[in-house]
Design a protein around this ligand. Structure first.
Ligand SMILES: Cc1ncc(C[n+]2csc(CCOP(=O)(O)OP(=O)(O)O)c2C)c(N)n1
Ligand code: SF4
Ligand SMILES: [Mg+2]
Length: 331
């Protein structure tokens, strides 16, 4: 039997909330915290992808809280993979589907493969596997890194994605040493976009902006090849705020310029939403103090810490070659 290459599904962008499908493929039966934005990412991600999708997830809150013994909110096929293996799971599954279809052992049809990982599993432990996957252009799979800025599932340990100065169980503020964590957050999406010429699509999203997020998932799956999306997810437990403010904190992270919304498609950079307005000078960045002061993880900050944080964000916007994306400076 001759094998015809199966192309990715064409998933048209949603024009607004009215066009979004009512079907849910991530339903009730999970045990994430109230106000958990990472759970919302799962719900939106699979709503955008549709039911012809296989989801793979590395260890973390979105595995543990979503698959308590004998229960699961996943309506589509889903599999757990080891903490550092989202990249390998995505590539292996995409390759297996291709081989089974080529051998005629299953019907040739487009099936989406999405592997998700947390920031610990993606930006730290699984970085090499994700990087390797993004070099294999022949396989269609999306890796989505949901970033709650800590190893949340094991009680909020510091990750490479934790913001400067934040209180975590690995960086508690003390009387002698107020700031235990002095490293600036990893630039994961910028790193993936700049370093992987075979990857057609890298994007940043925030579940506060749900339609934007779903459309970027749809674009990634439609373009095909290995693709990568980084989402910033407010986490009431780790960030220490009232769950009712999850959406608002996502909005503030974007408006402060801490987490720019953009996509890089075939090397072309496009800014989105509030970030686009900031880049075009149509709005001004909200001072970071308004964002930091809302979260218990920064409660130990003094004025000088807030000023340092603001200066670093200013640098991202005023000195970087591509604002918020590429941290090089020109002579
Ligand atoms: C190799 C390995 N080391 C450590 C653990 C313990 N562990 C389970 S979940 C987790 C946290 C993962 O953090 P992240 O990927 O950011 O996901 P989150 O829990 O924040 O959703 C850790 C350290 C593990 N399961 N496997
Ligand atoms: S700890 Fe954070 S990421 Fe984990 S379930 Fe709770 S809110 Fe969600
Ligand atoms: Mg995490």
């Amino acid at each position: 039997m001759s094998f015809v290459e199966v192309l990715p599904q064409i998933l048209e962008p949603f024009k607004g909330v009215k066009g979004v499908a009512l079907e849910e493929y991530f339903t009730s039966g999970h045990r994430t915290c109230q106000g958990c934005e990472s759970a919302l990412v799962m719900k939106l991600m699979i709503k955008a992808a549709g039911d012809r999708t296989i989801v793979l997830g590395s260890t973390g809150c979105m595995y543990v809280a979503n698959t308590t013994y004998y229960t699961t909110p996943w309506v589509v096929p889903w599999m757990h993979t080891q903490l550092g293996s989202s990249g390998s799971a995505a590539l292996g599954t995409a390759a297996a589907l291709k081989a089974l279809m080529r051998k005629g052992k299953m019907k040739s049809e487009p099936i989406n493969v999405i592997a998700f990982c947390g920031d610990g599993g993606g930006a730290d432990m699984g970085l090499s596997a994700i990087s390797a996957t993004l070099t294999h252009r022949d396989y269609n799979c999306l890796i989505l890194m949901y970033d709650n800025e800590s190893y949340a599932n094991t009680d909020i340990q510091l990750s490479g994605s934790t913001p400067y100065g934040a209180y975590t169980t690995f960086s508690p503020a003390g009387k002698v040493k107020r700031i235990m964590h002095k490293r600036w957050k990893k630039n994961m999406a910028g790193m993936m976009a700049a370093g992987h010429p075979e990857c057609r699509y890298v994007a940043t999203v925030c579940p506060t902006y749900a339609v934007d997020m779903m459309n970027k998932v749809r674009k990634a799956l439609t373009l095909g090849g290995p693709t990568f999306i980084h989402s910033l997810d407010p986490c009431p437990k780790g960030w220490d705020y009232d769950p009712m403010y999850s959406h608002e904190l996502g909005e503030m992270a974007i408006k402060c310029g801490i987490f720019p919304l953009y996509e890089v498609e075939d090397g072309k950079l496009t800014f989105y939403g509030q970030t686009k307005y900031l880049v075009e000078g149509r709005t001004k960045r909200v001072p970071v103090r308004e964002y930091l002061n809302r979260q218990g993880r920064f409660a130990h900050f003094l004025e000088e810490d807030i000023e340092y944080f603001q200066a670093k964000v200013d640098e991202m916007w005023e000195k970087w070659l591509l604002p918020g994306v590429l941290p090089f400076t020109k002579e």
